[in-house]
Design a protein around this ligand. Sequence first.
Ligand code: HDE
Length: 716
Amino acid sequence: MAQSKPDAQRRSRSGDAATAKHKQLESFSQAPENLLTTTQGVVVPDNHGSLRAGARGPTLLEDFLLREKLTHFDRERIPERVVNARGASAHGHFELYRSLGQYTKADFLQEAGLRTPVFVRFSGFSGERGSADTVRDLRGFAVKFYTREGNYDLVGASAPVFFIQDAMKFPDLVHALKPEPHHGMPQASSAHDTFWDFVSLMPESTHALMWLMSDRALPRSWRMMEFFGVHSFRFINAHGASHFVKFHWKPKLGRHALAWDEAQKLAGRDPDFLRRDLWESIARGHCPEWELGVQLVEEGKADALGIDLLDPTKLIPEEVVPVQAIGKLVLNRNPENFFAESEQVAFNPGHLVPGIDFSNDPLLQGRLFSYLDAQVARLGGANFHELPINRSLCPFHNHQRDGLHRIGLPKGQVSYEPNTLANGSEFRVDGGHQGFQSHEDVMDASKVRRRSVSFDDHYSQATLFWNSQGPAEKDHIVCAFQNELARVETPAIRQRVVDNLAHVDARLARKVAEPLGMVADAKAAAGRAGFREHRGKVTVESSPALSMESAVSPLVTRRVAVLVDSGVEIGALKIFQQALAEHQVTLKIVAGHLGVVSTSSGQQLQVDHCFLTASSVLFDAVLVPGGAAHAQALAANGRAVHFVLEAYRHCKPICVIGEGVELLRSLGIDADTPSAEGVLVGKGDPAGRVPLAQEFIGAMARHRHWTRSRLDTVMA
Ligand code: HDE
């Protein structure tokens, strides 16, 4: 690449005297953009061929242009993250709604309206860097707040609970989940023997498994996901008083899932589906937003809750401790360089600011070691904090020095403390009351390698999650367990899982076991090591906040496919376009070919996508306008038929107008039966167009109509 102008200008300004050399550099900075140089700035005369002994002879070792290019290329890859390897990011800000001074002295949480710059990375837990976005997985949501007191990282996930209770088990969990070591399969999938072998022997994973098998693991968009801080942290106020705090990120666009069949097809159609969705929405100015919420528990009242706040397999039901919204996160700028920002960003739950502190959660405590260790290994040394994306925006000063890839230029003689040489008077830091003060926890305990008995309840919150799901969500969970276990080759592993499920809910276990040809036996699970009969205090029987089913939410950025062929009647289409534009919905015209199609009134309609590339899984809803010739042509087009059937099977809103109804009839879909919920038919008469468009908007606000029955009979 050519030397960038700002770099060259900076270099030219560094020499004070207006010497001949200075002039020469200035003129270099105006060199054409397409001038190619080596990394030393030497112009490359020809980038198409190496230096050879004769046009047909061997390449010469002295060709430093070739060697420099290949040497750099050979080192372009760095190790991917050992977990959460696949992800993408965005810049934005966090704006505080009201002062939290009562609870925490954190500077960025004091002043209502204060905006703190953030960088957020979304990720999938299990897949490698090149895996697909829409696989069934836990998702990561890591937020770096560039505060005035230093960087604060909130490194969270799409479930409020995790699979294990102690950091000691993390490598085992990850080894079991990742591709099996002998053949390196399967990629980005928990549906294999080693994963279920491990979790079936670790009943503490049951609650997190319920989340992984639920719709939460198949997001329609990262922008439509709820995220959590998982562990209990502490807020510490200016007087040293402590509250336990659990963090929640609530999406403004609501929480929505893909159908399982759709997620699998999308992994092939567009493996970048989620990162593309984020990128495109920000590029179009639809900036995703989340509210940050906190559940606060006074330190002295934690025991009365009956839920051990140090156990990361437990949540606090929102109905027991309400979530208070404290501010909003807005993502409004795409990164400029994927590697420099998304790949090199280094998150660490140990990046804290004064006023926020850890709890003794043994999983969190292990993370405090692991992240820094991982960054040093991945980013090649101790100076990764100097990379632009990791640098704090507030000034920092210490006496760390040297190391691989030192970028800064620390000046002066002094790199130790205390000293008098730096500015002539003594500089000493000892035991002051400024800066980060760890919460003064009273400790008087024996050194033990043992878990608290309060961690023994492995099932009651898995049952709470199950009880809180709607009927369709329960069906999806059952199907997910069936699907995963049907791929497990060892019958004894399948049996252990269904036996464990019998402790969550007898009906769930029975339904999962049926197609596997098994009978769930709760007593068998009870006899195994790791099983504990202990059930904690039941705080609530069901928590509506855990269900996503009844969510009605804004339509902003949803995508509608309009299927057309020659002779399409566009009177109604125009009304729909207007109505949907008010909700910032994107309409795309899909036809048998690109270019234009002729409408029934002889106009030319521009086509956005043809059936070769447009699949129903890339859209949220389908609209088929009227027009006799157009409807007949679509009904005879296998790809159009498949498009509608698939959208029906994935429970998406479908609206057909006028003769378009022929298409539905030919597919055997009767819009009048209750089972065809979300399928709308309009006559196409001018008076009915506006109400029909509104009805369609209402159906889209529901996102999916999961209650459609007998979906397995649909041929798509
Ligand atoms: Fe992580 N985790 N983790 N983790 N984690 C990493 O950090 C680790 C855990 C999470 O976008 C690694 O830089 C241990 C829980 C996210 O860059 C690594 C334990 C939660 C990301 C690591 C956990 C997370 C990571 C991989 C158990 C949900 C991606 C390379 C003690 C709250 C951050 C790296 C990004 C990444 C270790 C458990 C979330 C190896 C040892 C629980 C979102 O350091």
